[in-house]
Design a protein around this ligand. Structure first.
Ligand code: CTP
Length: 397
């Protein structure tokens, strides 16, 4: 049995809170209700008390309750706090960190997850102030459901209706089942894909990197709750869910984008960065008498530069694409670039552009060889390995 603290705000949709309490009780949850002052104009404490089979809390100033059970305790005895309906006013006060009634005091004092089901007039929902407040709540880690769309009590039409009680109950069950995310609060940078180095306005030097392994890693890290910045070379892959993507073309643009993304807790450089750029011609090179000679200059080594930077992340991971003596080259590369881990892959076969990968993880302490598996599986295993390394009991490198 899970304990839910339900905060009922003051809106016409408050009557649906009674139905929500009934549904949650039917699903086997214990429900304790807090009714705001405005909420009491729409639903009575007695209705909620009867349906929840518990006392209903309405005021911060009830001395008897303060003696019996402080409001801090009330906010922490639940497994989940649910705000339904979350009115525009309640959302604004939550976003501002106010504590001027029992509901907002509990929301400020709690250490438990919070789920809000908004309900308000469509103009209020679309108002920039509400948009800003909802974004703030989400950034603060509060789950804000999308309201339903349809005709409203006020005669208008659009998004703003309280989600149906069974949809709120489903969201509550999902929130109660959600496991704590191992990489929550971490900012991780991933580079992926090839770089293109222009020869002239229409031609470039490239390599066979598809970006798939790097994109899979970015997605796997985001799935564990990390804030992921993905600096991607020119590829046509979709952006994985929850990942912030920055598209670049050349190695020098990638170096700048990496620099701007700092600081990060972890950086994983999967990109196949071109080692050289061409002193590119301003106009298209014409097929003339002489065959042109390309004049190459070395690109910045993004990984090695980050390793020496004062902003070096706590965990710095490079990739090594090798076609022979894979572990030997990777071991030398780890030491030369002064990084924590090198993920080495043998690209002599069809790895570049293919679906699977067989990798070796070279660390300061030794070598792990993982079986050949799909790129998504490699990504998931690497994300878990990163989470292990960041946990305090584990050695960092
Ligand atoms: N890398 C980088 N910037 C570069 C070149 C490489 O950040 N200009 C990174 C890659 O993203 C990868 C690692 O360095 O994580 C190894 O890249 P690789 O091309 O295998 O290493 P090189 O230093 O270029 O060595 P070599 O080509 O001689 O094997």
């Amino acid at each position: 049995m899970k304990r839910i603290l339900l905060i009922v705000g003051g809106g016409i949709a408050a009557y649906k809170a009674s139905e929500l309490v009934r549904l949650l009780r039917k699903r086997g949850h214990a429900v304790r209700c807090v009714l705001t002052e405005a909420g009491q104009h729409f639903v009575t404490p007695m209705t909620l008390a009867a349906l929840s089979e518990d006392k209903v809390y309405t005021t911060l100033w009830d001395l008897k309750d303060e003696a019996e059970m402080g409001h801090i305790q009330l906010s922490r005895q639940a497994d989940l706090i649910v705000v339904a309906p979350a009115t525009a006013d309640l959302i604004a006060r939550m976003a501002g960190g106010l504590a001027n009634d029992l509901a907002t005091t509990l929301l400020l004092a709690t250490d438990k997850p919070v789920l809000a089901a908004p309900a308000m007039n469509v103009r209020m929902w679309l108002h920039p102030a509400t948009v800003r407040n909802v974004a703030q709540l989400r950034a603060d880690g509060i789950t804000v459901m999308a309201p339903d769309e349809g005709p409203m009590a006020c005669g208008e039409f659009g998004p703003g209706r309280l989600p149906e009680p069974d949809r709120i109950a489903d969201a509550i069950d999902a929130a109660l089942e959600a496991k704590p995310q191992r990489l929550a609060g971490r900012h991780i940078l991933v580079t992926a894909g090839p770089t293109h180095e222009p020869i002239d306005p229409v031609r470039y030097i490239a390599n066979r990197s598809s970006g798939r392994q790097g994109f899979a890693i970015a997605g796997a890290l985001a799935a564990l709750g990390a804030r992921v910045t993905l600096v991607a070379g020119p590829v046509t892959l979709p952006t994985p869910a929850g990942v912030t993507r920055i598209d670049v073309e050349t190695a020098r643009e990638m170096a700048d984008a990496v620099d701007r993304a700092l600081p990060v807790d972890v950086a994983i450089m999967v990109a196949a960065v071109a080692d050289w750029h061409v002193d590119a011609a301003v106009q298209k090179i014409k097929k003339g008498d002489a065959t042109p000679t390309l004049s190459l200059s070395e690109n910045p080594d993004i990984l090695a530069t980050l390793a020496r930077s004062p902003q070096r992340p706590a965990l710095l991971i490079g990739f090594a694409a090798e076609t022979e003596r894979v572990v030997e080259h990777a071991t030398a590369k780890r030491a030369r670039k002064d990084v924590d881990w090198i993920v080495a892959n043998d690209v002599s076969g069809d790895v570049m552009g293919g679906d699977s990968n067989s990798v070796h993880i070279v660390t300061k302490d030794g070598l792990e060889s993982w079986p050949r598996q799909g790129k998504d599986a490699v990504a998931a295993q690497l994300a878990r390995r990163v989470a292990d390394a960041l946990e305090p009991a584990q050695p960092m490198r």
